[in-house]
Design a binder for this molecule. Structure first.
Ligand code: NAD
Ligand code: G6P
Ligand code: MN
Length: 443
């Protein structure tokens, strides 16, 4: 097997050490000769890089490692770009969440006005990474999980139609891991699923075990009683904080809206917007929980490792659940034809939906990229919701490309999370002010 060279863009991300440990744990499946980190915040990246350099030296000293803020160094001689940048970092995530809440509107990283604001920041950042990749390593692929993935994916489709970029999300994977546990299976790899939707906006229609047995009745029974809440002895991984427990519990009510399918957790923001706003603390949102929790832990632990020059006794964990990134890279590198849920252009996969929509459906992945698997016709209820939401996402990308303030206003008015056009207008002014140094100047 050819050894791979990868760059992690967003080297300073809280998820980077977990991903590095995961890569180091999967070298038999996905051999690596070089890992590079790239970030536009050298100081933030340094803390993570110093610890990761030690982790790599300890586990696989043959792998070359470099951390840089220089795009030429980062993107030259690369097979894969694994991109997870957060333009504006947590300081801006906090604003995405808190500004809408002032108006009694959902304040969330990827959904509603917060997601729209983040999208307007992210598009330029991700497109720049694509330009670097195509300039310095034109044969490379980018695996992007920078959020908001729905809007970023639409921007790639519209503005970089020929680029080798695949957008992917870990929420269905996280939920499928839970489902596998509820069913007593050892992992989600023992299930085969049918699923359709947009990113953070979809449904499972069929779930089988490897013998083809229908697992839906058992899962529906579980979800109708407990949502996706797991018994305490099954809680592990990324999604364990109080706010996530709440999300998994209310999945029970989200499920009751479409009892013939199993929902993605993010639909709660669209079906139960008012309840979610009432449940939120406008002074302490998820960004605060992450800054006080994951960010403190990861940066503290990385500093400790760098000082001790050893990872002995570390509490950093392999992000096993991120191994889908290796599955994806492997599928492209070695043509494994892995079946995976990805965000791709519809092109008939959902037969009664917009062909140009970026949808999330199962795909077969090989060295040519992703081939979507047909999911057929979807019901009127989901169709209506998805049309509304996909048009919001398209309007945001058009607003960014055309620098159109009015299109962004329309995106806010169209979003199911915003109840009133006057509120949309006031919100837009607030968001423009907060995002001055990140958004294109709108006219
Ligand atoms: P983080 O703020 O800890 O890390 C992001 C890093 O990106 C920072 O170090 C920042 O300096 C860097 N950055 C920002 N703009 C950049 C640019 N233009 N060029 C280069 N680097 C830049 O954030 P995090 O919480 O670790 O999350 C990272 C990203 O991964 C976010 O976009 C998050 O939403 C996403 N994510 C996606 C999924 C998914 O399902 N798709 C899952 C988890 C996280
Ligand atoms: C899930 C979603 C991601 C999102 C993340 C937020 O994994 O799929 O798209 O970024 O949750 O997690 P956080 O812990 O940062 O709130
Ligand atoms: Mn996601």
């Amino acid at each position: 097997m050819k050894k791979q060279s990868i760059v992690i863009a967003g080297g300073g991300s809280t998820f980077t050490p977990g991903i590095v440990l995961m890569l180091l744990g999967n070298l038999e499946k996905f051999p690596i000769r070089q890992i590079k980190f790239y970030d536009n915040d050298g100081d933030r990246q340094d803390t993570i890089a110093k610890a990761c350099e030690i982790l790599i030296k300890e586990k696989a000293p043959d792998i070359a490692f470099v951390a840089t803020t220089d795009p030429k160094v980062a993107f030259s001689d690369i097979d894969f770009v694994m991109a997870h940048i957060r333009v504006g970092k947590y300081a801006m995530r906090e604003k995405d969440e808190k500004i809408p809440l002032k108006y009694g509107v959902i304040g969330q990283e990827t959904c509603g006005p917060g997601g729209i604001a983040y999208g307007m920041r992210s598009i330029g950042g991700v497109l720049e990474l694509i330009d670097f990749m195509e300039k310095y390593s034109p044969n490379a692929w980018m695996l992007n999980y920078s959020n908001p993935a729905a809007i970023v994916a639409e921007a790639c489709r519209l503005l970089k139609p020929k680029s080798k970029v695949i957008n992917v999300c870990d929420m269905p994977i996280g939920i499928e891991e839970k489902m596998a546990k509820f069913l007593g299976l050892s992992s989600r790899k023992e299930m085969s699923v049918r699923y359709f939707g947009l990113n953070h906006f979809g449904w499972w229609t069929d779930i089988r075990d490897n013998d083809g047995n229908d697992m839906m009745p058992k899962l529906k029974d579980y979800v109708s009683k407990h949502g996706y809440s797991a018994p305490p002895n099954m809680m592990e991984g990324q999604h364990v904080d109080e706010s996530w427990k709440h999300t998994f519990a209310v999945a029970k009510d989200v499920y009751a809206v479409t009892p013939d399918m199993l929902p993605n957790t993010y639909l709660k923001y669209y079906f139960f917007g008012k309840d979610e706003v009432d449940h939120a603390n406008p002074n302490y949102t998820r960004a605060n929980e992450v800054m006080d929790g994951r960010e403190k832990h990861v940066f503290g632990e990385c500093s400790r490792i760098a000082k001790a020059k050893s990872s002995q006794g570390t509490t950093l964990e392999i992000d096993e659940h991120a191994s889908y990134i290796v599955d994806l890279a492997r599928a492209i590198a070695y043509n494994t034809k892995e079946r995976m849920l990805l965000i791709v252009e519809n092109n008939g996969a959902i037969s009664n939906f917009d062909n140009t929509a970026m949808v999330e459906v199962p795909c077969i992945v090989g060295s040519q990229g992703a081939e979507p698997i047909t999911q057929g016709k979807i019901p009127t209820f989901q169709l209506g919701l998805m049309y509304q939401q996909v048009c919001v996402e398209k309007l945001v990308v058009q607003a960014w490309a055309e620098k159109s303030k009015h299109k962004l206003y329309q995106a806010l008015v169209l979003s199911k999370t915003v109840p009133n056009a006057r509120i949309a207008k006031d919100l837009l002014e607030d968001l423009i002010e907060a995002n001055k140094s990140y958004w294109p100047e709108l006219v």
